[in-house]
Design a protein around this ligand. Structure first.
Ligand code: SOE
Length: 409
């Protein structure tokens, strides 16, 4: 089904007992922010979820030998490689986890799939539709050989969002009318923030659009269960030149020097869209929302009710049941920390709450579960390609001053 991961979660009792666990060698490319987050997922998943396969952190790969060895020690990987082709060639690696910037996703993913490995690839799937198409085709060929390929849209693994998906699918909102998502951050408000790879088109593909917009397009399609049919968009680059990066950047922290260079991606993207079921969608992705750190917010309005969520309060889901008597109805807060909620039974006693890093544990759990059961994990590369097509339509529409642009398949 469309949400195999969450629905076949721990509450479904789908995981096997602890006897006879099969080792699954993991090789990871990249070890910065996402590499650290994925390492956390691989290290923790087998201690929380009872799965028939156990990930083995076999080797991590990066170009700088000294730095990648230090990362291997720090993050818990048995070995370090400096050439991703050598990593893929290792017999002890069954799954390749791609945590590099978008400019190397396609090459590494296609090579890994052709070498017979399972693949997990960070979002956005690629920098262009063409690359994403090649990846989806390689994944389809690999599927026939029993391999899986999944995109790292980790927010599908927030329990409150998996619950939201379940409630929409159960019809609790009735006919969907509005699908409203924003993803707001503020790390570029300072015009002195340097030109890191995320601000260079050649490396990142696009700016807030591909980095943050990709998440909310994927989530919208996940929650609605349909693909965006067309969009009208505006994009803007507010600060067009920034200091060149000096030294290394770690995550979203970096220092700049005296020389300057051009920002070649968008700082913000605002767009509306239509779903085939008639719902209207609106999206806003920006790195210029002062005071908003990681505010992925959404509200869905249907004929029978509404749901609202804010990633800055990720253990909560707001629900309004419009079928209740008006005098006593209204939004109420569901604290998504009960064993009946997706993923939660494996964690702490009710009410104790989860955070950002748990999404990576859940992502690892869903991928391993799919490998163990021979099912197709989601989001698939085809799902990642569909997001890429929406992003391309947004850029095309923005270039034509917001002309409505169908998303072409
Ligand atoms: C930076 O904007 C970033 O780290 C994104 O790259 C991630 O995808 C998002 O989850 C958090 O913010």
């Amino acid at each position: 089904g469309p949400d195999a991961g969450a629905e076949a979660g721990p509450e479904a009792g789908a995981d096997a007992g602890s006897a006879g666990k099969r080792p699954l060698g993991v090789g990871m490319v990249g070890y910065a922010f996402m590499g650290a987050a994925h390492s956390q997922g691989w290290r923790t998943v087998g201690r929380v979820f009872d799965l028939p396969v156990e990930p083995v952190l076999a080797a991590v790969c990066g170009r700088d030998g000294g730095a990648v060895r230090a990362a291997a020690d720090r993050l818990g990987w048995a070995a370090a490689e400096t050439d991703w082709r050598a990593l893929i060639a290792r017999d002890d690696i069954d799954l390749v986890d791609i945590c590099t910037p978008g400019d190397s996703h396609a090459e590494i993913a296609v090579a890994a799939l052709e070498a017979g490995k399972h693949v997990l690839c960070e979002k956005p799937l690629a920098n262009t539709v063409e690359e994403a198409e090649a990846m989806a085709e390689a994944a389809e060929r690999a599927r026939a050989r029993g391999q899986v390929a999944m995109v790292g849209f980790n927010y599908r693994r927030v329990p409150a969002l998996a619950l939201a998906r379940r409630m929409v699918a159960e019809g609790r909102l009735g006919a969907l009318r509005h699908v409203r998502l924003t993803y707001l951050q503020d790390w570029l408000v300072d015009a002195g923030f340097p030109l890191t790879w995320r601000l260079i088109k050649e490396h990142a593909g696009s700016g807030a659009l591909g980095d943050l917009g990709a998440h909310i397009v994927d989530l919208a399609q996940y929650l609605v269960g349909e693909r965006v049919a067309g969009v009208s968009a505006l994009t803007e680059t507010f600060v067009r030149e920034r200091p060149l990066l000096e030294g290394a950047s770690s995550g979203l922290t970096a220092a700049g020097g005296a020389r300057r260079g051009a920002v070649t991606v968008d700082d913000a993207a605002v767009f509306t869209g239509r779903f085939p079921n008639g719902a209207l969608a609106s999206f806003e992705a920006t790195r210029f929302a002062a005071g908003r750190k990681n505010a992925l917010r959404l509200e869905l309005n249907g004929s029978d009710g509404s749901l609202a969520f804010d990633l800055e309060r990720l253990n909560e889901l707001s629900f309004h049941d419009h079928t209740e008597p008006a005098a006593s109805s209204g939004f109420r807060r569901i604290l998504v920390t009960e064993p009946e909620h997706p993923y939660l039974a494996a964690w702490w006693p009710p009410g104790h709450g989860l955070g950002y890093e748990h999404t990576f544990v859940h992502q690892a759990r869903d991928l391993l579960h799919a490998i163990a059961t021979g099912t197709r994990p989601e989001p698939s590369f085809a799902d990642g390609l569909s997001v890429q097509r929406v992003l391309a339509a947004v850029e095309e529409s923005a270039a034509k001053n917001s002309v409505y642009t169908p998303v072409t398949a």
